[in-house]
Design a protein around this ligand. Sequence first.
Ligand code: HEC
Length: 137
Amino acid sequence: MKSIQLSGWFFLAVVTLMILPISVLPEQEVRNENEVAATYTPVNFWEDVYPILEQNCFRCHNDRKQLGGFRADQRGSYFKSGAAALIIPGKSNQSALVEIISGKRMNMRSASSHVLSENEISIISNWIDEGAVWPDK
Ligand code: HEC
């Protein structure tokens, strides 16, 4: 009788030990995902993207000097429809702007003055993938 009681407790203990990790693990995973989500800050156009364009593009593409017929300081230049579109919101890998700043558009005479750093390319790519929102100032 006593041994049956003992093995009953033992059985319970074993079952508890087996269930514990299963019930605890997913909770931890969810918590980690939330932490990642909480620390990721979306790209801010005026703080993160505009200064890159200003520093690297405006001197050749401004209101008075528009090399290649392009003006870099206004929203409309980037979002033309059809083949002329430099930015396709949500699709950095299909956006000509990313092709140009990565140095992958080789038919440009001045391709080298268009190549940005890895970090700048990733900021602009992330901004495009997040919808390329260019808010009014
Ligand atoms: C040193 C001057 C210079 C700088 C800086 C410069 N560009 Fe250009 N850009 C040119 C010239 C010259 C052309 C004419 C096209 C060519 O070179 O084939 C051009 C053309 C372009 C075009 C038209 C391309 C096409 O295929 O129609 C775009 C878009 C462009 N630039 C975007 C940019 C962006 C974005 C930046 C900043 C990252 C930038 N440019 C920086 C000189 C410059």
